[in-house]
Every structure is written in C-alpha cells, then in structure tokens.
Design a protein around this ligand. Structure first.
Ligand code: ADP
Ligand code: DP6
Ligand code: CO
Length: 331
C-alpha cells in the first residue's frame, strides 16, 4: 500500500485547487512517545502514543496555486531552495494530490517553535499543511481522515489536529486507515509545560532516520513496545485521576526509556547536550527537595518541564528562562 493509494479515493476529480485560507495547527509534546515504524511509507507506528498540544505554539500555512513547474516553499519569510530537504518533503506530500494537470504552489509556512530541533515542528508543520490541502482542493475530509492524511507527512502530525490530550491508536490494518489520533475528553487547567531551550538549531539526525537506526541496530529496542504499552495505560489513568505525580513520573520514565534505546543504537544516537543533563539534574534535585516537577524530551537536546500552576514560581526561580505554555489555560 502506498500513500497515493490511500489518498486517491479522497480526491475530487475535476476540482481545481484554489488559494487556501491560512491554517494553523499546534505543535505537540508526547508524554508516551512514538518511536519506530512498522511501515515506513505510511508512517505506521510500532506502539501507540499520547501527547498534549502546545496551544498557540505551532505552524501557520497557506497554499497559493502558481503558474510554475515547481513548488516554491517559504519558511518564516525566506524562500527555500527547491533542492533543500525541507522543500522536497513538502513537494512530495503535495504530489499526492496532483493529478493529470498538476498544479504547483507557493507554500508559505511559519513555525512559532524552532524548526527541526526536537520541538515537534514536523507535527505542527504537516498537520497545518494537511488542513491547507484539504481547503485548497476542497476535499471535505473529516477529523479522522485529516489525522490519517497528516500522518502520511509525519507520524506525530496525526496528533496535531487536536488540542489538549491526544491519543494516537496504532491500528492494525495494512492500509493504516485505523491508525489515527483522537482527543481525550479530559482537561487539566493549571497544567504547565516549560520549554527549556538548550539549543534551537537544527539537529544533526532527524527523527525519521533516528528512529530507523534505533529499530535496525539497538537490541534494547525490543523492550520498547512493552514499556510504551504499560506507560500509555498508566498515563491515561493518571490523567483521569488528575494524579500529577503519576503523570509526571510515567512521562519522564517513558522519555528516558526512549533515549536509552537511542543510545543503544549504532552508531550511538545521543540527542543530549551537557546542558540537557544539567537541566535534568536540576529537576531531580528539586524533586528530592519536594517540588513536583518532571520533564520529558523528544529527539533533540531541549527539555519540556511538566509542573502545575501552584509550583510555577518555584520552578521559574530555578529555570528563569523557560517559556511556559498552558495547554488548558490557567485556573
Ligand atoms: P522536529 O523535532 O522539529 O519535528 P523532525 O526531524 O521530526 O524534527 O522534522 C523536521 C522536518 O519537519 C523539517 O526538516 C521539515 O521537513 C519538516 N517541517 C518542519 N516544519 C515544517 C512546516 N512548517 N511545514 C512543513 N514541513 C515542516
Ligand atoms: C521523539 O513524527 O517526527 O518526537 O513520522 O518520521 O516524521 P516521522 O517522525 P516524527 O517522530 C517524532 C518522534 C518523537 C516522539 C513523538 O512525538 O511521539
Ligand atoms: Co518530528
């Protein structure tokens, strides 16, 4: 099964694409991580995952049809070369919708999170692009189909169609039509996420090749699906019970387990920098002193602190430079 075959039944023969509205999708931080694919073409995961969306932080994207034989991709106001990996990945996604008389686009996209630094730009980027394509080609897809479509661009993007807590069910089908995300009904006002920006530069190994290397070379990876299955259940239970320490502990343990599988890859895959470990040690010290603060970390050197509103002043005293996000607003 190929992405083209998945998208084909959704296309509207005879409808020419028009300029889209500007579409927004939030970035998201996984509390139980997606790491490893059972199908590389369709981005079908080996384990289910659960995230929280980052409210106003994410991607704005607009598509304009142009009379040109290539797409023109603009990121944060700069026109990218057609040969850049970024432009190619966007054009490959747009190819899925081009039929007999192919239309090319000016793609204008803006990330309010750093690009390719482990802050899930591929998630908000492809979710916003899926929404813009749906609008431009007048596909009228429902939320489930949009989630599948975004997943074809980047796995984690299927979760960025929704706000709040979001679960990506891995599905079983070979065509992946049952592998999409849905929002949880629970909210958690007062939950805070603190971005510790250690390094906002583009990482050396993107998530896609990092997870593939882990799968192919790390024996430790065999235990990852078992760990993830246990963690996602415990995280859902903690969310239902509003058990902050349960949530934080499981999310941190899940992140550390994922990084352990990466480090056991060959060549070793270490996204941490010395400042990442220093921030972790500060978190562990604060917890030992009784402050309920935890962290999670994706494929990059930056930490995301998890804490509640009541602890915010104490956390900020030790991490004065963090950007604080309130996924569910303030109490
Ligand atoms: P991240 O941790 O930021 O998600 P990844 O390695 O997963 O890093 O993905 C980075 C890639 O995601 C970029 O190189 C680019 O191909 C894609 N991407 C990032 N932002 C956007 C965007 N706004 N629109 C389309 N694609 C994007
Ligand atoms: C560590 O979704 O970026 O952030 O599907 O190849 O585009 P592709 O990978 P991507 O991987 C995200 C990995 C992660 C964990 C997560 O977001 O669940
Ligand atoms: Co990504």
């Amino acid at each position: 099964m190929t992405p083209h075959e998945i998208v084909k039944p959704w296309l509207n023969a005879g409808v020419s694409p028009v300029k889209s509205e500007e579409k927004f999708a939030p970035s998201n931080i996984a509390l139980c991580k997606y790491w490893g694919k059972r199908d590389k073409l369709l981005n079908l995961p080996i384990n289910p995952s659960l995230s929280v969306s980052l409210a106003h932080l994410g991607t704005h994207t607009c598509l304009t049809p142009i009379d040109h034989d290539e797409d023109e991709v603009w990121l944060n106001g700069l026109c990218l070369s057609e040969d850049s990996a970024f432009s190619k990945r966007v054009s490959l996604f747009l190819d899925l919708f081009r039929q007999s008389k192919p239309t090319h686009f000016k793609v204008e996209t803006r990330n309010s999170i750093p690009t390719a630094a482990g802050l899930a730009s591929s998630a908000s980027g492809f979710a916003a692009l899926a929404l813009a394509v749906n609008d431009s080609f007048q596909l009228h897809l429902d939320a489930q189909q949009l989630s599948v479509l975004a997943r074809l661009g980047s796995g984690s993007a299927c979760r960025s169609l929704f706000d709040g807590f979001v679960e990506w069910q891995m599905g079983e089908r070979a065509d992946g039509l049952d592998s999409y995300a849905t929002p949880l009904s629970e909210t958690w006002s007062g939950l805070c996420i603190g971005l510790v920006k250690v390094d906002a530069r583009e990482k050396a190994t993107d998530s896609r090749s990092g997870m593939q290397r882990t799968l192919e070379t790390a024996h430790l990876y065999q235990s990852w699906p078992i760990q993830a299955a246990m963690d996602i259940q415990a995280i859902k239970d903690a969310i239902s019970a509003h058990d902050f320490e349960g949530l934080g502990a499981k999310a941190e343990h899940n992140a550390m387990s994922m990084h352990a599988t990466m480090m056991a890859s060959w060549p070793p895959l270490v996204y941490w920098q010395p400042e990442s470990l220093m921030a972790m040690q500060t978190v562990w010290k604060l917890r030992a002193q009784g402050l309920p603060v935890y962290f999670t970390m994706d494929a990059g050197p930056n930490l995301k602190l998890l804490f509640e509103r009541a602890s915010a002043d104490d956390v900020l005293a030790h991490f004065p430079d963090i950007e604080v996000i309130h996924p569910f607003g303030l109490i």
